[in-house]
Design a binder for this molecule. Sequence first.
Ligand code: 5AD
Ligand code: SF4
Length: 490
Amino acid sequence: MYKNEVAFELQPKVIDETRQGETLTIERPKTVKSNGKKFYIESYGCQMNFADSEVVASILGGAGFDSTNEFEEADVILLNTCAIRENAETRIRHRLQHFSGIKRRRKGALIGVLGCMAERLKEKFLEQEKLVDIVAGPDAYRSLPGLIEEAGSGQKAVNVLLSREETYAEISPVRLNSNGISAFISIMRGCDNMCSFCVVPFTRGRERSRDHRSIVAEARDLYEKGYREVTLLGQNVDSYRFSEDPQLVGKKLTDAKYDERVINFAKLIELVALISPDLRVRFSTSHPKDMTDDVLHTMAKYPNICKYVHLPVQSGSSRVLELMNRTYDRAWYIERMEAIKRIIPEAAISTDIITGFCTETEEDHQETLSMMELVGYSMAYMFFYSERPGTLAAKKYADDIPEEIKKRRLQEVVDLQLKHSLVHNKRDVGKTFEVLVEGPSHRSDKDLCGRNTQNKMVVFPKVDVKPGTYVQVKVTSCTGGTLKGEVVAP
Ligand code: 5AD
Ligand code: SF4
């Protein structure tokens, strides 16, 4: 667990602590000749990074590499990194030390860093960490085979160019260590929002949407392979926009006169939902300024679009939201939250909160707590502010809240959320939910587990069904993190 963040549930998916450092192995396509080399990849950070590692694995497999989950036998060790908070970077630096003996033990072994920290530090990474041979940013993965070759000939290899077009649309990610039931599909890359605390616009570049035809084709292919749940991923999914009309290439698709010819996010989720009523559709992350009623009505219309919205508030104070450059205020957020409750009464809402942002007063903090009371979030990812070099906040405002105060406020936020999660779950006791069976529960193989539409983990005594089946589960008890129950009908 990072020092400054608390994600206390087994629920997805901003930073899923159970997945940090996860490795990935693939089968090289049969049509591709082996180049005799193996790669090893570890992933950190958000779901986008995990999805990117699957793209990386696919590119390397296509170039003849095999994979291994033993770094000692790898020719190339890759770390797909996160830069969102300082602790995420500290963790990567410690991890790199772990690999320091490998070059002695295995002649010619190469170490590469990918992802957001690579993009942020660029060539500096090579100066700071002598061990590193390859630095590749999130838009440079197609060039990885070339970079590995270059580094193999003794030169350090760097590609941190950001692109305005790259979406890796036609690269089909490999998903060998998934549960075979639920998969992530990246629908857009980058972010144009420039929240003042956030390093993402600098590490992942400009926002661009992936061709909806390749998204739908990928979702359909997953469904045909037995998957029953897809989560559409983007930093800001509500601003998804794509047009297949060649006349609109390079045009600003937000202009209302193009609406007829543009697939927006509401249309996209509908297209994916129509693949099959048995395929659940989820998405992450929504932005309060862009989440339209259109999206909410589409969610309400299709039973297979899950009734769950992750809507990061960050702060409950309009003054702080302005400094954060979130472009909405408290009243706007409350209006959006009320729209969710009006249009999809059964929806669960979760959020992200930052405590101790620059100049945050005790009153601002109280407004965050009161926002939590007002919404009653089912779950939250909570952080204290960590200044990131190069961001607008780092340039414009002093990081002036002492660490003890940031942490004390974070603790208050966490305590309140624990209370709310429990209350939220207690309300579900006695209700019956449709649960998509994922497999044995993490705690006991006598139990199965899966999620309900509100994204709550439900655990129940084993019955004779395969993962990927829908069952009706009546909830009999709960904790703050899980619902417990029993199957009432298959
Ligand atoms: N400090 C603390 N938390 C941050 N986040 C993003 N940048 C920072 C930062 N500099 C949090 C936000 C965002 C989530 C992914 O991470 O809450 O929604
Ligand atoms: Fe960062 Fe804001 Fe973009 Fe989210 S929406 S990635 S917090 S800049």
